[in-house]
Design a binder for this molecule. Sequence first.
Ligand code: COA
Length: 381
Amino acid sequence: MPERYAKITGWGKYVPKRILSNADLEKMVETSDEWIVSRTGIKERRIRSDDENASDLSVNSARKALDMAGVKPEELDLIIVACSSPDYLVPGVATIVQDKLGAKCGAFQLTSGCSGWVYALVVASQFIQAGTLNNILVVGTDVVSFGVDYEDRNTCVLFGDGSASVVLQPSAEPAGVLTYELGSDGSGAKSLYVPGAGSVMPIGRYAQKIVDERLGYLRMDGPEVFKFATRTLSSSMKRVMDKAGLLPEDIQLFIPHQANLRIIESAARMMRQPMEKFMVNLQKYGNTSAASVPLALVEALEEGRCKPGDKVVMCAFGAGLTWASAVVMLGAGEVSLGQSWFNMGRMAKRAVGAVQGAMNNVMLTLQFRKYDAARKKKAAK
Ligand code: COA
């Protein structure tokens, strides 16, 4: 059987019209534009209107992706919607999207926090590569604002709402996901979670407690997530490039999860790559969870930051704790995976890079220990 690849043939995005700026947040909680920009890089985010739910945002971005790919909804073989803020707890939002689009195929929701869309892209690619399905819609949507406590300055400044979609179709030429890594560390589940409304605390029985103690909102251990994110972003991107036999120099654009500019800058430093090679649009949208990476991908394509034939590396991380990375070839082209392993010059460069990476990790660990010790000392006072 000839080799099949899952090529991205259409893409589209949708963000709500309403803008919530740092100046707006200054009126809601004790914060400042200076604090938010210096700690995160975020200037504003989009917030849904009351009648806009995850399915609406999804349909809006999906229609654009389908139009671009020239695929009618009824021609779809599968819809995957990565989402952690669905219209209802049950059913998953994907069936609602399927119905609103007028598609006739199977549809499922994939909930993996901010990593969800990269997970979904990898899952969808497997069906196409196996030759079992042809046209798959992969949507990343979150209306994080519904689960954010706008009295909690630790979280409310970080998140926003958005959606972005791609269509995957078979290609005989190398295209789409070339290598990937899916990761999970559930020991960190409570670093970023909503305590109320699941089966641990059924809303029907504990409604009053959930409201009184604000347990229906997102809770986050910021420093813990920050440490996890800085560790994961550069190391996971390096591993997927290694699997593909590629060096950072072979990559046209890095598309990281848009959680915090400092996390992205730290990855760029550790990978010894210039910030210009990292797509950043978090200043406009904040962290849009599952929509974050596809939204950055779509804007990078729209702005000409990357183009068909380019190889990009995506990496998302978030609640779970989870992470997902992929080397993706946009459009179709030629790759010879693993060939560069035999290139001695590159191997030498790789060895130097590995030593530099290890040294960076040691420095970072020492920095975190110092930071933790200072925090503990402060807490003990
Ligand atoms: N405005 C002003 N002050 C704020 C604030 C805000 N919006 N949010 C928190 N603070 C305060 C805290 O209450 C704390 O005050 P204290 O020292 O009096 O207790 C102080 O700022 C913490 O400051 P600092 O430790 O310097 O913040 P930080 O550098 O750890 O940055 C985050 C905080 C949240 C930006 C950072 O931890 C982070 O980005 N974490 C990862 C979050 C993330 O990416 N989550 C999603 C992953 S998918």
